[in-house]
Design a protein around this ligand. Structure first.
Ligand code: 15L
Length: 273
């Protein structure tokens, strides 16, 4: 059987780097696209390194050729000016989806973010957690771009029958420690992230889905039912780091909303983490 070729955009970013090592497996080639320099292939690592921008239709057409699946992580991962956000995140995703469609890629996984619903209140969650398909309540231009990415995914599914899974990622870092107390709620461990992407790659005919990307954290306020319906099983829990996080949970808007510090970050200005 021919190798499965998975194109990952934004592969030099934080999530891309964490997934590069975890999504490798026999019979799979990872085609890694980024504008930033990428580490050379390790011995035995089956990767194709591509330098290119998600906003460049020719580069994306070449990158999509022969790929079986696409994981689109590329773009700004926090707040930027409206012009940049529009170009890189929204226009870039349309370019990527169009190239994927033209190349016949039928399985697309889009990285959305909790910031698409950042202005939802934590106390909306209820017993089962905030549903994965809660309507958009973005907290930043970045959050607006993630809501637009979700809508583009829906459009390409409805028009062209592509299987598109949107993951509203919480906080995918090696540990939740840099995030403070909010990380105990939002953390997606890298290993769970890989389990989630594997479920998204392999579930038969998912159609269009929106799911949360978080670990089964004790303090989780996000529904995992939608991700579990695709076969995801979280094995990690941020609570093991709780004793190392001594800062108090923030009060005010940042403590009351899903988006945490993004809800008060100045619009259009790059923000930390
Ligand atoms: C995101 O969407 C960002 O890409 C990431 O850097 C974190 O800030 C994360 O959200 C979060 O909310 O913790």
């Amino acid at each position: 059987m021919a190798d499965q070729r998975v194109l990952i955009t934004g592969s030099a970013g934080i999530v891309g780097g964490l997934m590069r090592t975890r999504l490798r497996k026999p019979g799979r080639v990872l085609r890694l696209l980024d504008l930033a320099p990428q580490a050379a292939a390790e011995a035995g690592e089956d990767v194709e390194l591509v330098t290119g921008s998600v906003t460049d239709p020719a580069a994306m057409a070449a990158a999509c050729a022969g790929a079986d699946a696409l994981i689109h992580l590329g773009g700004h991962s926090r707040e930027h000016t409206w012009a940049d956000t529009l170009d890189v995140n929204i226009n870039g995703t349309q370019v990527v989806l169009e190239a994927a469609r033209a190349a016949g890629i039928s399985r697309v996984i889009l990285a959305s973010s909790n910031h698409a619903v950042g202005f939802r209140r934590n106390d909306e969650a209820g017993d089962t957690g905030l549903p994965a398909d809660s309507t958009a309540r973005p907290d930043t231009f970045y959050g607006v771009s993630k809501a637009a990415i979700e809508a583009l995914g829906s459009l390409y599914h409805s028009r062209f029958g592509m299987d598109v899974i949107v993951i509203r990622i919480g906080s995918c870092f090696e540990t939740p420690l840099p995030l403070g107390p909010r990380g105990l709620t939002t953390w997606l461990s890298p290993d769970d992230g890989a389990r989630l992407f594997e479920a998204c790659l392999s579930f038969p005919s998912p159609g269009y889905r929106v799911i949360w990307g978080v670990s089964d954290n004790t303090r989780r306020i996000y529904s995992l039912a939608e991700a579990e319906a695709l076969g995801y099983k979280s094995l990690d829990n941020a609570e093991i780091f709780a004793a190392q996080i001594t800062a108090p949970y923030p009060t005010g808007p940042a403590g009351e909303h899903v988006g945490g510090p993004f809800v008060t970050a100045p619009l259009g200005e790059p923000n930390p983490l």
